[in-house]
Design a protein around this ligand. Structure first.
Ligand code: HEC
Ligand code: HEC
Ligand code: HEC
Ligand code: HEC
Length: 234
């Protein structure tokens, strides 16, 4: 193999490592209390979504028809079952994430950090950057947020819950698997471009004032901002 061949293989290996590391969560979770205090509009909207109520779906008597169809027992309480809660809570098994023995109400359900990344570190930067913006009108680069654990791609995070099933075409699939697969019903097929625009599952979007600038930004960022409402203070 040529030297440049070796090098690109090495680089490829490195890029692969970095991608995996970003999903493996090197940063600590903090719960949504802090996020919600500063982002009240997104919080109120998120509360109405299925993601917010995901832990309730595991309780006995909830979503019985869907459970039966997937071969589960609708009379059983699955809300403390390790095979289930990883995808129905925030950061289960990770530092600061949901714990069965000591459940915090701020990590119940699929919360802010399930999609935006574990926030203990970057949330401090949101405060600092916003103070700086207010005082000097200077924006902060989004790359600094990436470096402190904030997610901007989203897709791999969504897939870690939505596409982790036996026989999944997604290479990251691993146990515990979701019982709700396209085989059970085609409506469980995950289509990122469609799902990320789903108004029942995703919080509404609110206008950003420009505290952060530059890449990375997801492809749909501008589309969402174009129709975003002003955030409310109360
Ligand atoms: C101290 C207040 C504060 C806290 C705590 C906070 N944020 Fe922020 N956040 C801000 C401000 C201010 C902005 C900039 C908004 C703007 O540009 O108008 C921001 C921006 C964002 C953005 C948009 C970034 C971009 O692309 O421009 C996201 C997403 C976000 N916050 C999520 C979160 C999450 C998730 C948490 C909890 C882990 C959190 N924030 C905690 C104040 C905060
Ligand atoms: C931590 C796991 C997890 C992550 C991460 C996650 N989801 Fe979900 N999602 C769920 C669960 C669990 C439900 C079902 C909630 C319920 O009804 O109990 C769901 C439901 C949905 C639904 C509703 C589907 C329907 O049948 O109507 C959509 C749409 C959706 N998610 C999109 C997304 C997108 C887009 C992302 C990434 C930006 C994402 N989700 C990230 C676990 C997750
Ligand atoms: C790998 C992640 C994952 C695991 C593990 C998981 N789920 Fe889910 N669950 C999801 C996702 C994603 C959805 C949303 C699927 C969709 O609507 O497209 C969901 C949806 C559901 C729903 C709502 C289905 C509907 O049609 O409304 C129930 C009920 C549910 N899960 C129960 C369970 C139970 C019980 C377990 C454990 C035996 C479990 N889940 C394990 C990811 C998971
Ligand atoms: C299921 C995934 C998901 C969850 C859960 C989630 N978000 Fe988001 N959020 C997104 C996506 C996708 C965007 C769009 C990013 C963009 O436009 O760059 C977004 C955008 C934002 C923004 C930027 C402004 C806007 O409204 O578009 C803020 C701030 C934010 N989210 C805060 C939160 C907070 C606070 C929570 C928890 C209460 C939360 N998010 C929960 C996926 C999620």
């Amino acid at each position: 193999m040529t030297l440049s061949g070796c090098l690109s293989l090495l680089l490829f290996g490195f890029a692969f490592f970095v991608i995996n590391a970003s999903v493996a969560d090197d940063f600590a979770y903090d719960g949504r209390k802090k996020c919600s205090g500063c982002h009240k509009s997104q919080y109120k909207s998120w509360k109405q979504t299925g993601h917010a109520k995901a832990l309730e779906s595991l309780r006995a008597g909830e979503k019985s028809e869907a459970k039966e169809k997937a071969g589960l027992d609708p009379a059983k309480d699955y809300s403390e079952d390790k095979k289930c809660i990883a995808c129905h809570t925030t950061g289960f098994g990770m530092e600061g994430g949901y714990e069965i023995e000591d459940p915090s109400k701020y990590t119940v359900g699929v919360g802010c950090e399930s999609c935006h990344g574990p926030g203990k570190k970057y949330r401090l930067l949101h405060r600092k950057a916003s103070d700086r913006f207010d005082k000097e009108k200077t924006p902060t680069s989004r790359q600094m947020l990436v470096d402190t654990g904030e997610e901007f791609e989203f897709v791999e995070r969504c897939k870690s819950c939505h596409m982790s099933y036996e026989g999944s075409p997604w290479s990251g699939a691993k146990e515990p698997y979701t019982p709700f697969t396209p085989k059970v019903d085609l409506k469980y097929s995950f289509d990122f471009d469609k799902y990320v625009r789903d108004e029942k599952a995703m919080h509404k979007h609110f206008k950003l004032t420009g505290v952060f600038e530059g890449p990375p930004q997801p492809a749909f960022h501008q589309e969402f901002q174009d129709t975003a409402k002003p955030a409310s203070e109360e």
